[in-house]
Write a protein that binds this ligand. Structure first.
Ligand code: SF4
Length: 970
């Protein structure tokens, strides 16, 4: 059976995180679908009906409760209609507010929500924009209108493209996307098959070269036929491996979405409803993304690009600042506005940044203007003798700020290089300052992560190298237990338990007869170490837990790629299982962790979604789009900023005539922009510092801090603290949760906190994805039935199972067993509910319920039409498969029904369909039950806001994956 491409206006893009990334939420949650739902079209009339007041066409600046009054170019940018639009938005100029008001005004003018698509650079930025849009829409059209906004998409380009593929190209429905960590782990797994070492004979240098060049191919949308040997062949084999394991890379998500738009049916379905495309952070768009934007921004669609060339900091990852600089020359009829009032920072910070920006070559001419009043000393530029002294002064200053009332999370320490981490972390530890080092390199600066690495090196029989230039430690059991003893204060029986567990685990690691349980065993070890007794009110303890939890993520990344089966090319419907046990499994894992720890793969590695009250210690690249009241930028030496390797020629496998390699090799100008970005993250107070000696050798200060110091008449002697404790930069009180998170919280608040807020990953179960696989099959069956007006025959379903039934963590026998079980469920469903298949109105339908400052997102398995023979009457159905626990599904369905009714859908009923029993259980969706569900949502939201996550010990503890970290387990 060939791949099915299908277009269905009622199959709506999914609202949840990218599969496989939850709960780490690299793409966040609650994205809205981009497909048009004709049943929910919004007209000026419906807008009026929902506003509760007379609707009128967009008099911007009309009565609003909280919208700031914007003037000048900001107001003109909001009001402009009828052509493409370029908004040059300086740092802190409130572009989110401008974009939010512009989008909200579209709706007041009667533009349908499905006609608006807004791309943001990160998921965090998407959440921020969504919240702001919701506030402005509520002010203009009333809270009730929020329920009508389901078709509007606000999210990253990657999530948009992935949803586009999953919606309109059915074969991608059960694909997962590899993030950068997983890509590395996957390459390690398949390196022999793709002959990766043909690049230079060494595995890791070949791997680095391959991934660097792969990015170029994907960013620049280069045809693989243009590539030379050996890279071209390796890439081809790599693509085959991705396909058979049902993986996509990040870059492929974009290129394949652009390819999908070549199909006129897909293009029509995506483009027809679209009228307004907004692209935030346009300066960091790469050529492949620009190809997508250009494809979508054809008449009658108008694109509004928002960005600042001074903040283009991802050229080394493929973005092209030329996109924004040359926008007006590439698109016809472009109106341009510049928003230059910086509403974020104090005047002295703006003045310092403005002066520095003049040194950036080839920039669009502009200057930030001030908005806020001056504070006391706002910029401190200082220099100490050694790096250690510098770190101690920063830690001491942070401690003093905490005493003044600043929260730790109001403070960021932004570094150019992870080399700065070591001394800073030591100084923070001495002052008991909770900190979360960001990025992959930052993690292994933490002692707990080092111990984690040593543990898996020991299990594999390897030594451990703490840093690139350190001598490898042999890693005996005695040494390891001693290290655990020191780190976790282990004594007596506990120490013996740890010894026995590690000894046993090492033996099991060599035993290939049973599957390994990496995460489960790691948690059991933590239990032996007494982690459950840690005080969760202590910020340092929580920050330590956060570090340990991130380590669990490394295990899951590895498992997800190594256990994943591939389709058996010789036996249709069967898979060849991945590796999940034995000596080499642990060896590869140890190699993977070692290379992770040594920072072999530097870069932007996604967003950390876990929030805690800790100082943000992170690279400047990861600080993009963020702001803090207090910002330290330390380590400004001539070697670190700009790094010595800046602009150094690299060897490329992609022919150099196919791309501009200078972008990828970096330049002094790029570094200047990065420094500018670092400074403009500060709201109230900025510290720029350097040291003369990182070790025994003297190094001059960075030319950047020299520039600043010269204009400030030299370095200051002492640091002046801000006098106002301007703590609290949370921009909105609106809480976004998913229905599954609500259900999880209800089962146990503490388990929710450990998983969702601190970051402990659940172990990978073989049955993972079973429900999704069944839904995928049923989706195809439903679509066939709708197209052909009858259910498919048995042969067609068998072929469908052969091609499309796929479980990402199951071994070959487990896959076969679950496939057979799923086949029986689907057969029974088709036999007993064939008529329902004809009534399928939508599958995987996203809903968002907007209550008082809470948004609950989720998606219903299926919606049937013609309920009770009545045209337009709908029923929501949730499929229950063997792996669903079925808990709290009543509330879940009530939330969908509530959200759907607020959209204007005529939802009459809701059922849980137990596929095993072949029975339907009706859920009460009477108004009083809907009210009860809403009250429950508000109650959980109040607790979540207060970080009140109580334990609920009981029978659930028996299967709780985080029980090792819980003192309440029963
Ligand atoms: S062990 Fe029980 S009480 Fe503890 S987190 Fe898990 S479910 Fe909650």
């Amino acid at each position: 059976m060939s791949a099915v491409i299908w277009v269905s206006p009622s199959i709506i893009m999914r609202p949840d995180p990218m599969p496989g990334h939850a709960p780490r939420s690299r793409f966040g949650q609650g994205k809205k679908g981009g497909g048009r739902d004709r049943a929910t079209a919004v007209t000026p009339q419906t807008a009026r009906a929902f506003s509760g007041k007379p609707w009128r066409s967009c008099p911007t600046g009309a009565a609003r409760m909280n919208s700031p009054r914007l003037t000048g170019d900001a107001l003109r940018a909001i009001r402009h209609r009828g052509s493409h639009l370029q908004i040059i938005a300086c740092a802190g100029s409130g572009k989110t507010e401008v974009v939010a008001q512009r989008i909200a005004d579209f709706f007041t003018e009667g533009v349908e929500p499905a006609a608006v698509v807004a791309f943001t650079f990160t998921d965090r930025a998407a959440q921020s924009l969504k919240r702001r849009v919701e506030q402005r829409v509520a002010e203009r059209l009333g809270e009730a209108f929020l329920g009508k906004m389901n078709g509007c998409f606000i999210g990253t380009i990657h999530s948009y493209c992935f949803h586009l593929l999953q919606t309109y190209v059915a074969r991608y429905d059960n694909f997962d996307v590899l993030d950068e960590h997983e890509l590395t782990a996957f390459l390690m797994r398949v390196h022999r098959t793709i002959q990766l070492k043909a690049i230079d004979g060494q595995l890791f240098s070949s791997l680095k070269a391959f991934t660097r060049n792969l990015q170029v191919v994907e960013n620049e949308a280069i045809e693989t036929s243009q590539l030379q040997e050996p890279f071209g062949d390796i890439l081809e084999r790599f693509h085959e491996e991705l396909e058979s394991h049902k993986f996509l890379t990040f870059g492929q998500v974009i290129t394949k979405a652009v390819e999908a738009l070549d199909d006129p049916r897909v293009f029509t379905a995506v483009h027809d409803p679209l009228r307004h495309l907004v692209v935030d952070e346009y300066q960091d768009i790469n050529p492949a993304q620009e190809a997508l934007i250009a494809r979508l921004a054809t008449s009658p669609v108008h694109v509004c690009v928002v960005g600042d060339d001074d903040q283009a900091i991802y050229q080394w990852r493929g973005s092209d600042v030329g996109n924004i600089v040359g926008f007006a020359g590439r698109y016809p009829n472009v109106a341009s506005f510049a928003i230059t009032v910086n509403r974020r920072s104090r005047p002295a910070i703006i003045k310092t940044a403005n002066r520095f920006a003049k040194s950036i070559e080839g920039r669009l001419e502009k200057e930030m203007r001030t908005h806020r009043d001056a504070g006391d000393i706002e910029v401190n530029c200082w220099r100490l003798s050694t790096e250690e002294e510098e770190a101690k002064r920063i830690a001491g200053t942070i401690a003093a700020l905490a005493v003044k009332g600043f929260r730790y999370r109001d403070i960021a320490v932004l570094v150019r290089s992870s080399a700065s981490y070591e001394r800073l972390l030591a100084a923070f530890a001495a002052h008991k300052i909770p900190v979360q080092p960001g990025g992959r390199a930052g993690l292994f600066r933490e002692a707990d992560a080092q111990l984690f690495g040593r543990t898996f090196a020991y299990l594999a029989g390897y030594g451990w190298r703490p840093t690139t230039y350190a001598v490898e430690e042999p890693g005996t059991l005695d040494d390891l237990v001693r290290a655990y003893g020191d780190r976790f204060a282990l004594k007596g029986a506990r120490r013996k338990r740890v010894y026995a567990r590690l000894e046993r685990w090492r033996l099991e690691a060599q035993d290939a007869t049973g599957p390994a349980d990496l995460v489960g065993d790691y948690y059991a070890l933590l239990g032996d170490c007494g982690v459950s007794s840690w005080d969760l009110r202590d910020g340092c303890a929580i920050a330590r837990l956060g570090t340990i939890a991130r380590c669990s993520g490394i295990l899951v990344d590895f498992e997800r790629t190594h256990r994943r089966p591939r389709l058996d090319p010789d036996v249709p419907g069967q898979v060849i299982g991945g590796q999940d046990r034995g000596e080499w499994y642990f060896r590869w894992l140890a190699i993977y962790i070692q290379n992770w720890a040594l920072g072999e793969w530097e870069g932007f590695d996604g967003e950390e979604a876990f929030t805690m009250d800790a100082v943000d210690l992170t690279t400047i690249h990861k600080a993009k789009g963020l702001e803090w009241p207090v910002v330290f930028v330390p380590g400004l030496t001539a070697r670190r900023f700009p790094p010595q390797a800046t602009g150094k020629p690299m060897t490329w496998l992609v022919p150099e005539q196919l791309f501009n390699k200078a972008r990828y090799e970096g330049s002094l100008n790029d570094e200047r922009r990065l420094f500018y970005v670092a400074m403009t993250r500060a709201r109230d107070w900025l510290s720029l510092s350097t040291h003369d000696r990182p070790n025994t050798q003297k190094v001059p200060p960075s030319p950047f801090i020299r520039d600043v110091a010269e204009k400030m008449s030299g370095y200051c002697e002492a640091i002046s603290l801000p006098s106002v404790a301007n703590a609290g930069n949370d921009e909105s009180d609106i809480l976004s949760v998913t229905v599954s998170e609500l259900a999880e919280f209800k089962i146990c608040g503490l388990a929710y906190r450990l998983r969702r807020l601190i970051g402990f990953q659940p172990p990978l179960a073989p049955e993972l994805g079973y429900g999704k696989a069944v839904h995928h099959i049923l989706r195809n069956v439903a679509e066939y039935t709708r197209q052909h007006k009858e259910a498919p025959d048995s042969r067609w379903i068998e072929d469908l199972f052969d091609e499309e039934f796929y479980l990402p963590a199951a071994s070959k026998p487990a896959h076969r067993q679950m496939r057979d079980g799923a086949r029986r469920l689907v057969d029974r469903y088709v036999t007993s509910h064939g008529e329902d298949l004809k009534r399928t109105w939508a599958v995987e339908r996203p809903f968002e319920l907007h209550l008082d400052n809470v948004v609950v997102a989720g998606r219903a398995d299926v919606i049937l039409g013609e309920e009770g023979g009545s045209h337009g009457a709908l029923v929501v159905v949730d499929y229950k498969t063997a792996t669903d626990n079925g808990q709290h599904v009543d509330r879940q369905l009530q939330i969908y029904v509530d959200a759907g009714r607020r959209e204007g859908l005529d939802i009459r009923a809701a059922y849980v369909h137990d596929l095993h029993a072949g029975a339907r259980i009706a859920i009460d969706v009477a108004p009083d039950q809907i009210k009860a569900a809403e009250a429950e949502v508000l109650s959980v939201a109040a607790r979540l806001r207060a970080r009140d996550c109580p334990p609920s010990p009981g029978v659930v503890c028996r299967t709780c994956d985080v029980r090792a970290m819980c003192r309440h387990a029963s």
